[in-house]
Design a protein around this ligand. Structure first.
Ligand SMILES: [Zn+2]
Ligand SMILES: [Zn+2]
Length: 430
């Protein structure tokens, strides 16, 4: 009786396993779709759109999702696109890609290099996909294509999300505020890639736990009292005020934050004045603060406010002249869910080979609004993976540089293979 029971169980298990698409089948779909999606990639690359202006890119993504049979919601949280593919009872997996480009003039020399200029407040500004979001968008479409083609091999709901305005930290905020977690099924798993120039094409890197920093950006306005530069005693100088604050902010990380906690406070912009002989009325600072621990983020926030106000007071500012402190689009850190990473890594190693999936133990102080999908619901397990894009044995230039040149073909095939395998395994394994 026991033997019969095990025989039945084994047969059921083998039927289930056999129903799963094989690696070779997934690889074939990835390779045979390269030409079609390569054209889409080059079209997006040649027509980059800056954050909050992703009109044509999002229309193209929506058209592609509709072609594949997804239920498509356009204009979601700005130019966001949400595509839903319901394929029976099972887990909900969300695959996210960002779409926006950067205000940089491309200097890669590629035949399909961007020559596009975008209107930014009346100023013609060059646009370039220097952060590889064109790769992310195309790999996401290619993965959806593979998953739809293999729909008989998995059960569950796939949500494909094309996010706008990542570079300015507004995309995920907008998408979540528009109802991503209330209008659609809440995802069990949220996955994404970011291209990674430190890694060769053909490989994927992963990290468990803290991966990218949380961020709080600030616009600070110091208010002084204008006067002639020859009579400074008649005014209150906001430049001196702001200069004191810039130096005092340096003590936040060195004296207020515990030495074992990673943190950064950078004053990235200091603007004021027009002539040598005019004491200006105002001085403006832009600050970014980075951290991995929310308590450290709160401590930095408190110290920035204390220092800013105290410096102004010390310079003689009255109550109505206290500085304005505006925090812009704060983001929590990207903390990859270790349980999800473990599962996905098994799948990715299975299709790419053990040697092509590496652990990266160096968290980055850069930030990503992907972190908001983790904190939006306690149900969500989220993880972001790094997709190698440098030529074998070489190193392409850094993200956000004018010569950033990813190896698209290899990265596309690797990215689609690994993510398709991972999602199918997550769907079937529940
Ligand atoms: Zn970027
Ligand atoms: Zn990016």
């Amino acid at each position: 009786m026991k033997k019969l029971f095990f025989a039945v169980v084994l047969t059921i298990v083998s039927i289930v396993i056999n129903a799963q698409p094989k690696n070779e089948t997934i690889s074939k779909i990835a390779e045979s779709s390269l030409e079609y999606y390569g054209n889409i990639y080059r079209t997006i690359h040649s027509n980059p759109e800056l954050s909050l202006c992703e009109k044509e890119t999002s229309a193209m993504v929506a058209k592609e999702m509709k072609r594949m049979g997804l239920e498509v919601h356009e204009g979601f949280g700005g130019y966001g696109v949400v595509g839903i593919f319901k394929n029976g009872d099972g887990p909900v997996v969300l695959l996210r890609a960002d779409m926006d480009a950067l205000p940089i003039k491309e200097a890669t020399g590629l035949p399909f290099a961007s020559t596009k200029m975008c209107d930014v407040n009346g100023v013609q500004t060059p646009a370039f996909h220097a952060c590889g979001h064109d790769v992310h968008t195309t790999v996401m479409l290619g993965t959806v294509n593979a998953l739809v083609s293999l729909k008989k091999g998995w059960k569950g709901t796939l949500i494909a999300l094309a996010e706008p305005a990542e570079e300015v930290g507004k995309g995920a905020h907008g998408i979540i505020d528009a109802g991503l977690f209330t209008k659609f099924p809440i995802p069990d798993y949220v996955l994404a890639y970011h291209v990674f120039p430190d890694s060769e094409v053909g490989s994927v890197e992963y990290s468990k736990g803290p991966a990218m920093a949380g961020v709080k950006d600030y616009d600070i306005t110091f208010k002084g009292k204008g006067a002639h530069g020859a009579y400074p005693h008649e005014g209150i100088d906001p430049i001196v005020m702001a200069a004191n604050a810039v130096l005092e902010y340096q003590t936040i990380v060195s004296r207020s934050v515990k030495a074992f906690e990673p943190a950064v406070v950078t004053v990235g912009a200091f603007n004021s004045g027009s002539r040598p002989n005019i004491i200006n009325e105002k001085a403006y600072l832009k600050i970014t603060a980075r951290f991995f621990n929310e308590e450290v983020g709160n401590l930095i926030d408190r110290r920035i406010r204390e220092i800013t106000n105290a410096v102004a007071k010390a310079a003689g500012a009255t109550d109505d002249m206290m500085p304005e402190i505006e925090m812009i689009s704060p983001l929590p850190p990207v903390i990859n869910n270790s349980e999800l990473v473990d599962k996905v890594v098994v799948s990715m190693k299975n299709i790419l080979g053990e040697a092509n999936v590496h652990e990266n133990n160096s968290p980055s102080m850069a930030a990503e609004d992907f972190s908001l999908y983790r904190t939006a619901s306690p149900k969500v397990q989220a993880a972001m993976f790094s997709l190698g894009v440098s030529p074998k044995g070489k190193h392409t230039t850094a993200l956000h540089s004018p010569t950033f040149k990813p190896e698209f073909d290899g990265a596309y095939i690797t990215g689609v293979q690994a993510m398709t395998r991972a999602i199918i395994d997550l769907m079937v394994s529940k």
